[in-house]
Design a protein around this ligand. Structure first.
Ligand SMILES: Nc1ncnc2c1ncn2[C@@H]1O[C@H](COP(=O)(O)OP(=O)(O)OP(=O)(O)O)[C@@H](O)[C@H]1O
Ligand SMILES: [Mg+2]
Length: 260
C-alpha cells in the first residue's frame, strides 16, 4: 500500500530522518514507535505528502508522491484520512459540522447526502448522540473518536493516527484501540499509528517500525519487539530508565530537561 524508500529529511542542518525504509501492507496496522523528537510525526507527514522528503521516495498505491505536483497530490490525499497529534477539531463548529467539512471541500454532494454520511460516520465511532455538540463539550476520548469520524469522512483506504491515545485514561485508550481494530477488520482499512503506549502496541500492531535518531532500529512483529535485546528497544519496552544507560535518545534528553 505504501512504500517508504530510503527517505531522509533535514530542516536546515538538522537531520531528522537518515534513510528510513519501511512498507505498509494492505489491511494491516503498522505502529511507528520511538522516543520524543525521534522523527515519528515527520515520517507520518512525509507519508501523507504534507512535507516533502529531502531525498528518497514514497510510493502510495504505485504512485511516487515525493515529487508529485500539488494538484495531483490532492487527489492521492483523498485515499487517506488523518488524525493529527492533538486531534485538531475546529472548536467553533459542532461535531457534525467538523465531519461534514472534508465532504463539502472535496465532493460536490448535496447537503442532505452529506448530512446522512455524517450520521453514518458518527455511528461508526459510537457518537451519534454528540452530532450537535461542540468539541469543547466532549470528553477527551469522545473528541478522539470524533476526530476518527472526520478522518473517515471520505471513505479512505488508509488511516493515519498520530498519538491517538495521548492524554487518555487506560480504559478510553482501549476503546480507541478497539475502534482502530474494528475499522481494520470490518472495512479492510490499512492503518499507520504513531504511539508510545506499549499496551496499545500489543493490542493493535501487525507490524512495528521503531525509530531512533532518525534511523529504523526495528522493523518486524510484536514478537520481534518483545524478543529484542537491543538496549534501545528493551528500555522502550519496559519504560525503564537507568542513569547512564544506553536507552532510546529522548529518555535521556527528558531526564536532562527535568534535572535542569
Ligand atoms: N518544520 C520543522 N522545522 C524544524 N524542525 C522540525 C520541524 N518539524 C520537526 N522538526 C524537528 O524534528 C525532530 C523530530 O520531530 P517529530 O515531530 O517528527 O518528532 P516525534 O518523534 O513525532 O516526537 P513526539 O513523540 O514528541 O511527537 C524534532 O527535533 C523537531 O524539533
Ligand atoms: Mg510526534
Amino acid at each position: 500500500m505504501i512504500e517508504v524508500d530510503n527517505v531522509t529529511k533535514s530542516f536546515g542542518d538538522f537531520v531528522v530522518l537518515r534513510g528510513v525504509t519501511c512498507q505498509l501492507r494492505r489491511g494491516e496496522t503498522m505502529c511507528v514507535l520511538g522516543g520524543s523528537g525521534g522523527g515519528k510525526s515527520t515520517l507520518l507527514k512525509i507519508m501523507i505528502g504534507a512535507i516533502r522528503p529531502t531525498s528518497g521516495r514514497v510510493i502510495i498505491d504505485g504512485d511516487d508522491i515525493s515529487r508529485m505536483p500539488e494538484a495531483q497530490l490532492n487527489k492521492v490525499r483523498r485515499k487517506f484520512g488523518v488524525m493529527f497529534q492533538g486531534g485538531a477539531l475546529l472548536n467553533s463548529m459542532t461535531v457534525g459540522e467538523n465531519i461534514a467539512l472534508p465532504l463539502h471541500y472535496h465532493t460536490k454532494l448535496d447537503a442532505d447526502t452529506i448530512g446522512t454520511m455524517v450520521k453514518i460516520k458518527l455511528q461508526q465511532v459510537d457518537l451519534l448522540h454528540a452530532e450537535h455538540r461542540l468539541p469543547a463539550e466532549l470528553s477527551g476520548g469522545m473528541q478522539k473518536r470524533a476526530a476518527v469520524a472526520r478522518a473517515l469522512a471520505l471513505d479512505p483506504k488508509i488511516l493515519f493516527y498520530d498519538e491517538p491515545s495521548a492524554g487518555l485514561d487506560p480504559i478510553t485508550t482501549t476503546r480507541v484501540d478497539f475502534l482502530i481494530n474494528k475499522l481494520r477488520d470490518r472495512m479492510r482499512m490499512s492503518n499507520v499509528v504513531v504511539t508510545h503506549v506499549m499496551e496499545s502496541v500489543q493490542r493493535i500492531a501487525d507490524h512495528i517500525v521503531m525509530l531512533d535518531k532518525g534511523n529504523v532500529i526495528l522493523d518486524g512483529t510484536l514478537a520481534d519487539l518483545m524478543a529484542s535485546e537491543d538496549p534501545r528497544i528493551s528500555t522502550f519496552r519496559t519504560g525503564e530508565y537507568a542513569e547512564g544507560a544506553e536507552g532510546i535518545t529522548s529518555t535521556a534528553d527528558y531526564m536532562k530537561d527535568l534535572l535542569m
